[in-house]
Write a protein that binds this ligand. Sequence first.
Ligand code: URA
Length: 349
Amino acid sequence: MGRRRERGQLRITGPELGYDPVMPDMKSSPLATLAWLIEAGADEALLDEPVNRFAARSNPPLEGGSKFAQQIPAYAKAPVGHESHDVRRSLGEGGSGRGPAPPSTSPSPKMPSAFSTLPQGEGKRVTPTSALSTSTSSSDPIGRAMELAAGANSLVELKTALESFDGCPLKKSATTTVFADGTPAHRIMFIGEAPGRDEDRVGKPFVGRAGQLLDKMLASIGLDRTKNAYITNVINWRPPDNRDPSPEEAAMCLPFLRRHIELAQPEILIMLGAVSARHVLGRTDGIMRLRGKWLEYHVNGKMVPVMPTLHPAYLLRQPAHKKLAWRDLQAIEDKIKSLGLLELSPNAD
Ligand code: URA
C-alpha cells in the first residue's frame, strides 16, 4: 500500500495495481525495500521522522469505504471498537437509536436532535484519554487527529475535539471551525467538500449560494436540514481562496470525518462532488462516472449505501446538469423511502 500525490488528490495504490504485495526484508535488502515502496506509490515522505504506529497502539482496522478501507494508510484510519451501544449514548439522549453503535468509554452529554441548535463551542469539554499521553501534535498532526477523534464518544465531543485540534494549517487562515449542520437523527448524511467564505464566517456548512441550492435540492425530495438531514464536509476549515485542499490537509481532517460517520451512524450517505467521493471512498474516477450509482461504505460492521452526486456549486456553474442531479435525487428519495428513514422517530430504537 502506498500514497502517490497528484493534483488535489490522495491516491491509494495497492496489490491490484500489479506490484508484488510481499514486502522484502528491510534489514537484509534495504534497496529492494525502497524499490518496493516506490513501486507501491509510497514515494514521498510526509514527516521528517518515521512514526511507528504499531508501537503507539494496536487498534483494530477501520471498516469503511469498501475496498478503500483495506488500503488507506494507517494514519487515515480511526479505530473502531467491537462493542455495541445504544446510539442515544453517542448522540446524547435526544438522538435516535438504531443499529450498531460506536465505542463509548465515557457517558455522553445530552445531544439535541437538531444539531443546528447547538451553539458553537457548547457541549462537554472533551479530555480524550489520549490527550493525557505525550502530545504528538507538532511532529505528527495526523496521529494527533486520530487520537482526538478516537477519544470522542458523541458528536458533541467530536466537535469539541475538532475545535481543539491545531495541527491543520488551514485552521490558521480560517475564521471558524465548520463541523456540521442539520439533524442526524434520521440517519441521512450529506458530505461536501470544504467551507467557503460564507461558511467560514457563519461556522456552518453550506450556507452560501451553493448551500441555498442544496436546501432546494433537499426540499425537492422532502428533506430539510432542520428536520431530517445532516450535513458536513470533508475539510473543516476554509482553504485560502477556496483552493482544493491538499492531500495532507485532507489526511488531517479524515480521522475526524471517519469518526463523525461512526458516531452519526447514517443509514445513507450522499457525497456532494468529486472531492468528497475521492477522499471518503478513495475513488478517483470522475464524478460524472461515479454519480448516480450506489456504492458501499462499511462502518461498525455495517454496509451503508452511498451515492455520489453533483456538487451544488458545480450545478450553479452548469445548470444544464441539474437534470442529472435530479435523477440522483430521485434515486436517493427511493432509497430513503425503502429504508423508512423519514418514518424514524428521533427516539426510536
Ligand atoms: N461547498 C462545500 O462543499 N461545502 C460547504 O460547506 C460550502 C460549499
